[in-house]
Design a protein. Structure first.
Length: 314
């Protein structure tokens, strides 16, 4: 035991691995990753690499807790009503969620683009909210609760203002070491810091690959590394600061800006789904609106933008 702050005795935080707990989490997340698609024990065993006995034991506990519902006719399992209460409690307990939700609605109305908010969570980025714009094309690869690898090329805006260790950990999560790509991502982070927001390029391949993100959690552990490597190799890369020339238009995908906590760390990413060819002036207009949203949420969080975070130009 060591003394906690204020002289109180507290336990030392431990990050010990708990395989039984991990199995419960894996089953719950697999079921949540397939909304409207009941799963059988055989599917869970196949995708998660569990034994049937272990899978039955985990499911029995989840059914008793109301986290999972079992259909007695076709013997399938779906997320249960207790998870609704947990989700609402989590949303209520996260001030950022309430502040961001208002900004998502404003962005969708003003820009005519769908918007989302995502939170860094360990080695993943979790989509916590989504607002569809009227008459906007539904973005592919977006689902509330979806987990995206917090690794290149995803999440540069959440790490650009972090410490050197934060950046090194993000780069180290890449599926394979590649000095050339690491140098490219270092330049991406510099460009993000210069303008305050990310500008993802938009290609047919990146659109198709985004749809894989929705399926990533439901893939078996053996399939995930191959898909993650594919996303790393072909996923859309942000435009660099000197890429955008006046007099041209550029295929633009997702643009994002972070909001910050009191210690200047990125708390969340606010994104809009452009899916259009924009000239640099139009891109800057969307970027400025994102910066305004990010600063609004940061202020409601009583946060502090890090030194050098750009001001809104308009």
């Amino acid at each position: 035991m060591q003394k906690a702050a204020g002289g109180q005795s507290g336990e030392v935080w431990s990050a010990m691995v708990s395989p039984p707990t991990d199995r419960v989490i894996a089953v719950t997340e697999f079921l949540a990753s397939r909304p409207g698609e009941p799963a059988t024990v055989a599917e869970l065993v196949r995708h998660l690499g569990l034994t049937r006995a272990t899978c039955h034991a985990v499911l029995a506990a989840l059914v008793r807790a109301g986290w999972v519902i079992r259909d007695p006719v076709d013997r399938t399992f779906t997320p249960g009503p207790a998870l609704i209460a947990l989700g609402r409690s989590a949303e209520t307990g996260v001030p950022a969620a309430r502040a961001a939700d208002r900004e998502l609605a404003a962005l969708a109305d003003e820009l005519g683009m769908s918007a989302s908010v995502a939170y860094p969570s360990g080695e993943h980025i979790v989509v916590g909210g989504y607002r569809a714009a009227a008459n906007a094309e539904e973005p592919e690869g977006v689902r509330v609760g979806q987990r995206i690898p917090f690794a290149p090329p995803f999440g540069p805006g959440l790490v650009a203002w972090g410490t050197e260790d934060d950046v090194a950990e993000w780069l180290a999560r890449a599926p394979q070491p590649d000095a050339g790509r690491a140098d490219l991502f270092a330049r991406v982070l510099a460009s993000v810091r210069a303008r305050g927001y990310t500008i993802e390029s938009h290609t047919p391949a990146s659109v198709r690959l985004r749809s894989l993100l929705v399926e990533l959690d439901s893939l078996s552990p053996r399939q995930r590394p191959a898909v993650a490597e594919l996303l790393y190799e072909i996923g859309a890369i942000d435009y660099l600061a000197d890429d955008l020339k006046e007099g041209r238009t550029y295929p633009t995908g997702v643009m994002s800006a972070p909001a910050f906590t009191a210690d200047g760390r990125a708390a969340l990413n606010i994104s809009v789904y452009v899916w259009a060819d924009l000239d640099p002036a139009a891109i800057r207009a969307v970027g400025d609106r994102l910066l305004l949203a990010a600063r609004t949420v940061t202020r409601e969080l009583r946060g502090t933008p890090p030194a050098g975070f750009p001001a809104v130009s308009r």
